[in-house]
Design a protein around this ligand. Structure first.
Ligand SMILES: C[S@@+](CC[C@H](N)C(=O)[O-])C[C@H]1O[C@@H](n2cnc3c(N)ncnc32)[C@H](O)[C@@H]1O
Length: 262
């Protein structure tokens, strides 16, 4: 393990993860005079300033906590506001891979909803990439804007309050991601916006929508290599001598349909 890099210290204004245990994980902004409170005790946030990330700190009760730099996963699961159905990590990972999201790419998305997919995508577009997110509802666009700002990703994303079905001004895009109730009505938009060979990826929560999307893609004629998949993720409970799947699991999120523009 390379330990040569100087550990980064916590500064005023930082957003930190206070990790007490698996169920007690909190995202807080370090501000002068601010006190963090939990059922395990309180902590004066001034005490964190100057300590390296990864440090152990003691709450007022003597219970230990860790101060960690939050990953995007922590922000999405603990700090983001949810006003819509959101895309879960298991699906986010596959969407990013299949859409070939990478630095410098230009991507279209609709609708932005709470900005979960937008954040996962935007965080992989730097340097030079851009996400154009169309959202029909102004209030949803505002929630997404607030969430993206928290993650420091707003500069990568252009949020447009508009109906994606009416077309978009962007052209020659590298990928198009649709998470909306009637993606089959946005196929012309996707076709006109995408570069030939680029992927269209659609996320829908019901099999009825999968059928309508795939039938519409075939009829459209501008897409090929059409697939519909569902991903299942099972967490494991690992105890020495007793390793088995957890009793609980997220049973359903949605289906992913993907195709290529010809
Ligand atoms: C399920 S949410 C998207 C959630 C988002 N993918 C996330 O991970 O947070 C669907 C969004 O699509 C928006 N929407 C529905 N029809 C639309 C359209 N024609 N054009 C743009 N946005 C649309 C809705 O207002 C809603 O915010």
């Amino acid at each position: 393990m390379d330990t040569s890099a100087e550990p980064e210290p916590v500064r005023y204004g930082d957003i930190v993860l206070i990790y007490i245990d698996e169920r007690r994980r909190y995202i807080v902004r370090v501000e002068e005079g601010r006190v963090f409170g939990s059922d395990k005790g309180i902590l004066r946030l001034d005490e964190l300033v100057g300590r390296p990330y990864g440090s152990r700190v003691k709450l007022s009760t003597g219970v230990e906590a860790l101060v960690l730099r939050p990953l995007l996963d922590d922000l999405l699961s603990l700090a983001y506001r949810r006003r819509s159905q959101v895309i879960y990590p298991k699906d986010l990972g596959f969407i990013i891979y299949i859409a070939d999201i990478a630095p410098g790419k230009r991507v279209l998305e609709a609708g932005i909803g709470s900005g979960f997919l937008a954040s996962a995508v935007a965080s992989r577009l730097r340097p030079g990439g851009r996400l154009y997110s169309y959202e029909i509802r102004k209030d949803m666009a505002e929630i997404a804007r607030r969430n993206l700002e928290l993650a420091g990703l707003l500069d990568v994303v252009e949020i447009k309050v508009a109906d994606v079905r009416s077309g978009v001004e962007e052209k020659s895009l590298d990928a198009c991601l649709l998470d909306m109730p009637d993606p089959w009505n946005a196929l012309n938009t996707a076709y006109n916006a995408l570069k030939p060979s680029a992927r269209l990826v659609v996320f829908v929560p019901t099999v009825n929508q999968v059928e309508k999307t795939v039938v519409a893609l075939r009829r459209h004629g501008g897409f090929t290599d059409i697939h519909a998949v569902e991903l299942l993720l099972r967490e494991y409970q690992v105890k020495e001598g007793s390793v088995r799947p957890s009793t609980r699991m997220i049973g359903h999120t949605g289906y992913i349909v993907y195709a290529r523009r010809v």
